[in-house]
Design a protein around this ligand. Structure first.
Ligand code: VAH
Length: 321
């Protein structure tokens, strides 16, 4: 069994990836590392440590203490937060990544996963079905850190043979972890607003189309890539990954088939400029060809499952309408 360290475990992906990996590899084989955030209950049924990826010695220590051979390095700032503090975004997303790559190399870690994003694309990428080898000229610091991070990870593969594997995630929708500083967060916030207030003010235009994915599909893709034989995953830069693309208005309309009375108003803010710089859809045929990727959740199935999971939880917490 792999001995896994997951940094950023209290984040949107980590909150669900840690329990998922523990169900596959055993609770004691997956160490959840969090920064200051207090990790939720889903992290406490196995090893849990606080870890600042700005501290190289601490990373070294965690790898040695838990005899780690596989790292999922998720700790990062997302696009909107990163645009508010670009210097911090670089420190966390790139200096932190470099520290983790160095510690992995020095300690003989076998395999490392790192999340890139559709944020790596810029306005000059094709707007629809952006291909795997699109130009990567992002106009956000988040996107710059994703392109630089992919190149840095690939360098550690070419120079040192560290088996780094990367996915360019679309916007991720989770019924477990609340959103945290992303441009695609509207697609999670809207469910909470609908169930708690019966209305939502969306920070993007109604016609804004973005690539999205339900978290169960993201977890499936992450494990498929990490468990693929090396010859099936020859790409050590980011793999394009896609599932569903929809507009804010289309999401609202699908939710309205379940909850007819709710109202959405659209009041774009600074995140609209970020969303407009990204493609509306992604070509992920290389992932589908190389390691057999296919998504399970379409818009209809995702909406139905989000409401089915959130409604009872918010009601039991006395927060539902
Ligand atoms: C963000 N959820 O909005 C992230 C993601 C594709 C977007 O990287 O920043």
């Amino acid at each position: 069994m792999p001995r896994v360290l997951v940094t950023g475990s209290a984040g949107q992906i980590g909150t669900e990836l840690v329990p998922h990996l523990r169900s596959l590899y055993g609770k004691d084989n997956v160490v959840a590392a969090i920064h200051k955030a207090s990790g939720g209950p889903s992290l406490r049924d196995g090893p849990l440590v606080t870890l600042d990826t700005g501290d190289s010695a601490a990373i070294d220590g965690a790898i040695r203490e838990f005899n780690v051979d596989t790292i999922y390095h998720l700790a990062a700032l997302l696009s909107a937060t990163g645009e508010n503090d670009p210097q911090l975004a670089w420190r966390v997303n790139i200096d932190g990544l470099r520290n983790v790559l160095e510690a992995a190399r020095k300690n003989g870690v076998r395999k490392l996963f790192w999340p890139s994003s559709i944020g790596a694309f810029g306005p000059d990428a094709p707007r629809t079905n952006a291909p795997q080898n699109s130009p990567l000229n992002p106009t956000t610091m988040y996107g710059v850190t994703k392109v630089a991070g992919e190149l840095l990870c690939n360098y550690y593969f070419v120079k040192y043979g560290l088996d780094v594997r990367i996915l360019r995630y679309p916007g991720l929708i989770s019924n477990v972890a609340p959103p945290g500083g992303g441009t695609t967060d509207y697609a999670v916030e809207i469910f909470y607003a609908v169930l708690q207030k019966g209305s939502y003010v969306c920070f993007l235009r109604e016609d804004t189309v973005l690539p999205m994915m339900y978290m169960p599909d993201a977890l499936k893709a992450t494990v498929m890539l990490m468990e693929a034989e090396p010859k099936k995953a020859p790409r050590h830069l980011g793999y394009n990954l896609a599932a569903i693309s929809f507009s804010a208005g289309e999401l609202a309309a699908e939710i309205r088939t379940h909850i007819p009375g709710f109202t959405v108003t659209y009041s774009p803010d600074q995140r609209q400029k970020i969303a407009d710089s990204w493609p509306m859809s992604i070509d992920d045929s290389e992932a589908r060809r190389d390691w057999g990727w296919k998504h399970d959740y379409d818009l209809q199935r995702m909406v139905a499952d989000m409401l089915a999971k959130l409604r009872p939880r918010l009601t039991s917490e006395g927060k539902g309408v």
